[in-house]
Write a protein that binds this ligand. Structure first.
Ligand code: SF4
Length: 56
């Protein structure tokens, strides 16, 4: 059964599934369990908190 927000024909509903991608890049993980390993970052926008230090 398709999700309730999908059109009846099963196609993705772009209006409700699109994400605001701000950046996407390969890098090296700098923290945590995977420090030093290759990583692909996808940074999303759309947060409404408004921190002064935010760079997205
Ligand atoms: S740093 Fe603040 S404004 Fe930026 S994404 Fe995180 S919570 Fe949102």
């Amino acid at each position: 059964m398709p999700p309730t927000n999908s059109p009846a024909n099963g196609a993705l509903d772009v209006v409700t599934t699109a994400l605001p991608v701000m950046e996407a890049f390969y890098t090296v993980q700098g923290e945590g369990l995977y420090t030093g390993q290759a990583a692909y970052f996808i940074r999303l926008g759309g947060c409404d908190v408004g921190c002064a230090w935010c760079d997205v």
